[in-house]
Design a protein around this ligand. Sequence first.
Ligand SMILES: Cc1ncc(COP(=O)(O)O)c(C=O)c1O
Length: 379
Amino acid sequence: MSKSFQHLFPSSYELCYLNHAAMAPWSTLVSEAVAAFAQENAVIGARDYHLWMQRETELRQRFAALLNAQADDIALLKNTTEGLCVVAQGLPWQAGDNIVIPDCEFPSNHLPWATLQSQGVELRCIDVHVENPEQALQNACDQRTRLLAVSAIQYADGLRLHLDKLGAFCKASDILFCVDAIQQVGMLPVDVHACQIDFLSADAHKWMLGPEGLAVFYTHPDVRGNLQLRQSGWRQMDNPFQFQRDSWEPSDSARRFEAGSPNMLGIVATHAALGLLLDIGMQTVAEQAMANANYLRDQLAQRDTVELMGSTAPERCSAIVNFRPRKVLPSTLYRDLRKADVITALRGEGLRLSPHFYQNTDVLDTALQQIDRILAGGH
Ligand SMILES: Cc1ncc(COP(=O)(O)O)c(C=O)c1O
């Protein structure tokens, strides 16, 4: 029997919250850290700013621990999209270059590359819902491919790509490898070194159980300098508080991507959120999140009222489960579940359920009972 962490999440007593792939509820650790920070700001302002900066440093270390990176490789940006835009707008593109992406990406990992088409860069969108998605992506690359950009896990149906295979291919082919990891960091371990990732971006508000507006942006030191900086400011220097100086060289570290004052409120919340994940350990978190998702998948597969969407191959599955009711519209089921306090999302062709590690089976059973009741025409 795995340890329960449900008591740390007050939402567990209000709702069946199966929507971590959109936005997570906060634990009491996060809400208490934010409340304490609000109180501190009200009472003593930024008197102890040096302690805030210590927490900021610790947050970089926590992100680095989660990704198997170094703290110097971590920039704190405002969302996943911003990190991907730093790459798209920073690389020196030439007309005739091409970028390869899956054809089902969330807009964050499509639009930053699509805008480069006006510079003559070709965007190749590849079907990854095939037997060997990594091979399909590789087959789309050629001599002019500069970048392969994928979501680690697809947002709609939870399809998981083998990042290690893609990274090895990119390395051997001299192609840059960029990962939108918002649907994986905090759900399953991520290892930027093992997967030879050049750039990675992920906001904290999903599986990391943090707030919106604070994202990790990882850059490998060997390619960081390839990104031309599109923003300039005092914070991107080493020793940023030295305001009088002869030279204004941005830091070699990933802090070069942070131009101005940090999102301290977001840092407080994310610091607390990652503290929980690291204390428990990503292996345990991943096992429990997957056990919950697999339970939902197994239970839904036994019902003839619904059809499971997406791959069921274990190495392709994640904690995102997508299914479609056979006799009513997904939107009808979504609406009725919401009325019964079961929070899901409409994504792709079906309903997306995304449980996290801390939830007990009784929450999942309640959701399944409500699905059965609604599909049986119950009121
Ligand atoms: C794969 C993926 N990328 C990015 C985002 C969101 O990006 P941002 O953090 O910029 O809001 C989402 C949100 O649903 C997503 O599923």
